[in-house]
Ligand binder design. Structure first.
Ligand code: NAP
Length: 246
């Protein structure tokens, strides 16, 4: 029997990450879901994936802490022996205007979104090199391309992810490891649910397609970038934003 492929999704317990993990599971991948919060309902998530007929491993780790990331990757290798696809999805916001932003709010967003992407990629790549095959997909954002008032920390982290992705793509292309980023626009998840209806309506009005995107619409593209259908694509940033940035 041929081995199932394995995907590791950081921040896979909710929102876009969970939709990505489900998409891979529905396509026959064994799935590793990383999360950080103590109140995650591991059993419910496990059940959901087992019902699809794949193996699932849930691992708590803070992606911004090197020691925790190394343990996380070690556990994945112990269980599955390989990682075919890495999706660096874990991310947070701590929005406020520049003049009000505290140093710790700047640092925490950079640490989780950007340094976390670096740490997990660094820990996973040796196993992809061994297999001479791997696909890495990083979650950037349209605001990493355009900037956004009130999000200088978050925009910087997401712009950093673009530079990181392109550099890694150049370093690893000859090893048959591809790295791409997606830049979602305004997507309906917990991250955006904190916005008032007024703010949501005003953002929707500026989107050519006049609506938010769904986590599923991001997952579809992340899945495409993680399989052979996209075999000649590396170092790219794909906007998924209803036409916000063009
Ligand atoms: P979300 O619903 O807030 O979910 C965030 C996920 O990240 C959760 O699974 C959370 O785990 C995990 N996480 C947070 N801090 C972590 C840490 N230190 N270590 C490990 N995991 C951590 O977010 P989302 O809207 O799905 O966004 C997912 C990604 O897409 C993020 O990178 C975000 O920046 C990006 N994005 C989102 C939008 C949007 O409009 N929603 C737009 C552009 C880009 P717990 O469940 O354990 O807390």
């Amino acid at each position: 029997m041929e081995d199932k492929q394995v995907v590791l999704v950081t921040g896979g317990s909710r929102g876009i990450g969970k939709a990505i993990a489900l998409k891979y599971a529905q396509n026959g991948y064994n799935v590793v879901i990383n999360y950080v919060s103590d109140n995650t309902d591991e059993k419910a998530i496990e059940e959901e994936f087992k019902n699809i007929g794949v193996e699932v491993l849930l691992l708590k780790a803070d992606v911004s802490k090197e020691e925790q990331v190394e343990k996380l990757v070690k556990k994945v290798i112990e269980k599955f022996g390989k990682i075919d696809v890495l999706v660096n999805n874990a991310g947070i916001t701590k929005d406020t205007l520049l003049m009000r932003m505290k140093e710790e709010d700047f640092d925490r967003v950079i640490e989780i979104n950007l340094k976390g992407t670096f740490l997990v990629t660094k820990a996973v790549v040796p196993y992809m090199m061994k297999k001479k095959n791997g696909r890495i997909i990083n979650l950037s954002s349209v605001v990493g391309v355009t900037g956004n008032a009130g999000q200088c920390n978050y925009s910087a982290s997401k712009a950093g992810i673009i530079g990181f992705t392109k550099s890694v793509a150049k370093e690893l292309a000859s090893r048959n490891i591809r790295a791409n980023a997606v830049a979602p626009g305004f997507i309906d998840t917990d991250m955006t649910s904190i916005l008032s209806d007024e703010v949501k309506n005003s953002i929707n009005a500026q989107i050519p397609m006049k609506r938010m995107g769904s986590a599923q619409e991001i997952a579809n593209v992340v899945y495409f970038l993680g399989n052979e259908e996209s075999s000649y694509i590396t170092g790219q940033v794909i906007n998924i934003d209803g036409g916000m940035v063009m």
